[in-house]
Design a binder for this molecule. Structure first.
Ligand code: LMR
Length: 392
């Protein structure tokens, strides 16, 4: 049967993750996959997660199936975080991480509107494109970053989005835009929602980095605005980064709609077709943390400290590049937020940095600021300056 197949690769991020693991050099530097790392390279478990797991271990008496949509207490706890309070007209389904939340929402779109166009920012998480394509949906890019200036191209975003049609779906990043770190300001957020409202399009808001730009509640601000002004909103929540629960696969698909009951029945069928019951352990940990004042405080404090470290890394790299290049082009790094920045590098330069300097970043020039530490920054800045000056 399988002689007909040719080998496939996963996307650029996961391929890079493997290449980094396989590189025997001791001084290699990982600026690739979107995982938080302490300056010593470790990704520790949040203290609140440990405590919630201990509590679960002591009190949980069964591992029997929960239900195809997951635990309703999990839906409510995350909905309160996202919306302030759980909306009435809400359908929710726990999923296998954020990836499957995006997938189920696109699959739901395919059921409801097979001819919808999915609008995806030109720079985005590569899996947005792959998922739309895998589901046979037609997709269309819209502008985001001006690559040369490294800033959000506001006019181009609005110009492109003015072409959305009723029933189309527009993928937005709730905060910490991946891969650019360039988030819209409140004016642009409102302007984008206005276009969607005028044209009758539906946002699919990917919320994978809540707590990395500001507090998790503040980072949910755009979601709250969308919920307040649009009749239908799709939200894909991931607990991977915000709770450090990467391998537990914590995700939730939310749909706000006047037809929430019917939508929920479709989400249940989509889950049944894919995996029947979503994973429960990580979801329960998140629920415990959100519902317990002490655990929640500890979690937000740890997130706050991660944010502070990322901000310092941004300042450190901007300053080092300013000194190396005698240019303020990279000062913009300090205005951007979250784990990522997209540097104006082509694939040849990215390959040079990897092969010659052992510095790993995604092929489009995305770096994870968590890897820019006091120790690694001078090497990163001087290698970047070398390729930027065209010597690499
Ligand atoms: C990333 O963007 O690096 C992460 O979201 C990991 C992934 O699944 O691609």
């Amino acid at each position: 049967m399988f002689e007909t197949l040719t080998a496939r690769t996963t996307d650029s991020i996961l391929t890079l993750m493997q290449a980094f693991r396989d590189d025997p050099r001791d001084d290699k530097i990982d600026l690739g996959v979107g995982i938080w790392r302490e300056p010593d390279g470790t990704t520790p478990v949040f203290k609140a997660v440990k405590a919630a797991e201990q509590h679960l271990w002591r009190t949980q008496e069964t591992k029997a199936y929960v239900g195809m949509l997951g635990d309703s207490a999990f839906h409510t706890a995350v909905a309160q975080l996202l919306f302030g309070q759980a909306p009435q007209r809400m359908a929710a389904a726990a999923t296998v991480g954020g990836t499957s939340a995006v997938r189920q929402l696109l699959a739901l779109t395919r059921v409801a509107r097979p001819d919808a166009t999915i609008w995806i920012p030109r720079q985005t998480w590569p899996n947005h494109w792959a998922l739309a394509q895998d589901l046979g949906l037609s997709a269309q890019p819209y502008a985001w970053l001006d690559r040369a200036a490294c800033v959000l191209d506001r006019d181009a975003v609005l110009r492109d989005l003015s072409g959305v049609q009723a029933g189309d779906v527009v993928i937005l990043h709730a905060c910490c835009h991946n891969p650019t770190g360039a988030d819209p300001d409140p004016d642009l957020q409102a302007a984008i929602l206005n276009v969607l409202q005028r044209n009758g399009a539906v946002p699919l808001i990917d919320a994978a980095y809540l707590g990395f730009a500001d507090t998790p509640e503040a980072d949910a601000g755009w979601i709250r605005q969308a919920a307040a002004c649009l009749p239908e909103v799709l939200i894909a929540f991931s607990g991977s980064k915000s709770f450090g629960l990467y391998r537990e696969r914590v995700g939730l698909a939310f749909v706000l709609s006047d037809h929430a009951g019917v939508v929920q029945s479709h989400l249940a069928v989509l889950n049944r077709m894919d995996f029947t019951f979503p994973p429960d352990h990580g979801a329960r940990v998140v629920t415990e943390i959100l519902n317990d004042a002490d655990l929640r405080r500890s979690w937000t404090e740890e997130l706050g400290s991660i944010r502070g470290t990322l901000r310092t890394s941004r300042q450190r790299l901007a300053q080092a590049l300013r000194a190396e290049l005698q240019s303020d082009l990279f000062d913009v790094l300090t205005d951007q937020v979250g784990m990522f920045a997209l540097l104006p590098l082509d694939e040849t330069r990215v390959a040079h940095l990897r092969e010659v300097h052992g510095i790993y970043m995604v092929g489009d020039g995305r770096i994870n600021l968590a890897g820019v530490t006091e120790e690694t920054c001078p090497r990163i800045a001087s290698a970047l300056a070398e390729v930027m000056r065209g010597r690499g």
